[in-house]
Design a protein around this ligand. Structure first.
Ligand code: ADP
Length: 453
């Protein structure tokens, strides 16, 4: 192509910094395995390894109707889920957008908003809502780090993914939600609190009994898996005779001390400018909320060196988080000779005055570099959990939810390539599938498992 030597060498330099050899992946896995062990031993560790208090494993035969609420990051989802046995599930659902004001205001405002959404959902979608004096049981998927103390109790450790509500850290999120529901007279009891990864794991297990891990690659990233209760040393009371309990790993926080991960200046700039510096470092290299911003930092660096867009940026591209991860998906998927979709994004959405084909090729290359590193890094925590559980040779199923996994081009293929480099042909025994909307069904299952205990 028409790139100059200066452009080529700058891009090669960046590609090198983002490169992840299999040796480096193995080193990261080793470090992560240690962090998992530490988290199982003591509370308050960097990789928190949070006991979910979900001890039953779904059989697929469950029957009953439950509500589910899912506060993920971008949307709030309310669902009614009917289990009819034989692995049959019926779902009614509605999404409500969470605004910036709600994410950054007071906790009371946020939970009042959530209670309003539940009330609206019941009025609109449940036909016998008003005549029926029924009390609905609800599972609450809350995808932020929580120190759980019971199936229906958990204190918020910290907000992530752009949420910063005041007056809520260290408070019980079920209590705050139940209070808001009670204030409005909404006939709902919150009977289970689950992380979205726990929900994804549960709902995938309902379909496939070989499931070991549930994962999210969405706004953030995290995973949950079935752990032997005997290995959860920090549990002081063993809940019942069960052998397994779901652990919410909270791997987004992995390596916040920046010891093992290949951090670049572009990652450090993002971290410094974020509303949670020095935390969620692994998540910041992988998830949908951040990939576009890493790519934007690289583009600005190239612009400042006069190697891109003839040195011109735009007001839009200069503002934080303007280069969305969805744009990267579109640009990576653009296989046309003229990269016309990339041109539209750059010139029309981001107002870059004009772009050459070489510019667009460079932008595409930057997206590939950032997207490839994210997918390869994603393999590390997944591989570590499989190794930790001694399942490399047995084969397991993995349920994955999240827009990044679902929509980002080549994400899943790149992840599998990295796993093949790590595990050789044993990778063929790992069945990875999309577990869409698992968190709703999973929360309802948790509410059911809690009710039958
Ligand atoms: P949640 O907030 O529950 O994690 P999602 O799984 O939908 O919800 O993740 C939303 C994130 O996924 C956003 O940060 C967004 O940047 C990213 N995203 C949405 N659509 C795409 C896409 N087509 N390609 C890549 N990333 C996407």
């Amino acid at each position: 192509d028409g790139a100059s030597n200066a452009q080529l060498s700058a891009i090669d330099g960046i590609a090198k910094e983002f490169d992840l050899t299999v040796e480096k992946l193995s080193e990261i896995i080793k470090h992560f395995c240690n962090e998992m062990d530490k988290g199982l031993e003591k509370t308050g560790m960097n990789v928190a390894m949070i006991p979910s208090f979900v001890t039953g494993v779904p059989t697929g035969k469950e029957v009953g109707t439950f509500l589910a609420l899912d506060l993920g990051g971008t949307n709030l989802r309310v669902c009614e889920i009917a289990f009819e046995g034989e692995r049959i599930i019926k779902v009614k659902q509605h999404k409500y957008r969470v605004t910036e004001t709600q994410k950054t205001g007071s906790a009371r405002q946020l939970f009042d908003f959530i209670a309003d959404c539940v009330d609206k959902f019941l009025a609109e979608f449940i036909t016998d809502y008003t005549e029926n004096a029924k009390i609905f049981k609800m599972g609450f998927t809350f995808s932020f780090p929580v120190e759980q103390t019971a199936i229906n109790q958990g204190n918020l450790i910290k907000w992530t993914k752009g949420f910063t509500c005041s007056d809520s850290e260290n408070k019980d999120v079920v209590f705050m939600l139940q209070e808001a529901l009670n204030r409005k007279g909404v006939p709902v009891v919150v009977s289970a609190l689950v992380n979205d990864t726990v929900g994804t794991l549960l709902s995938h297990s309902y379909k496939d009994p070989k499931t070991l891990i549930g994962i999210i690659y969405g706004t953030g990233t995290n995973g949950a898996y079935y752990e032997d209760i005997s290995k959860i040393k920090k549990l002081n009371k063993i809940p019942d005779a069960s052998e397994k309990m779901i652990i919410n790993v909270e791997w987004g926080a992995f390596d916040s001390e920046k010891k093992a991960l290949p951090i670049t200046m572009f990652d450090n700039k993002l971290d410094r400018e974020s509303n949670n510096p020095h935390s969620q470092i692994f998540e910041k290299m992988i998830s949908g909320m951040y990939l576009g911003e890493i790519a934007r930092n690289i583009l600005l660096h190239l612009i400042d060196r006069m190697l891109l867009f003839d040195g011109y940026s735009s007001k839009e591209l200069n503002s934080n988080y303007s280069f969305e991860t969805e744009y990267m998906s579109t640009i990576e998927a653009d296989e046309s000779h003229t990269l016309d979709n990339a041109r539209k994004i750059l010139e029309e959405s981001l107002n870059i005055p004009s772009t050459t084909l070489t510019d667009r090729q460079i932008v595409k290359r930057v997206c590939q570099i950032v997207g490839l590193r994210a997918a390869r890094l994603s393999s590390t925590t997944l591989a570590a959990v499989i190794i930790h559980c001694g399942m490399v040779e047995c084969g397991v199923s993995v349920g994955i939810d999240g827009s990044l996994f679902e929509f980002y081009p080549h994400f899943s293929a790149r992840l599998k390539t990295a796993l093949r480099e790590l595990f050789g042909s044993n990778v063929d025994k790992i069945e990875i599938s999309l577990a869409r909307d698992g968190s709703g069904v999973g929360a309802a299952l948790a509410a059911m498992l809690a009710a039958t205990e």
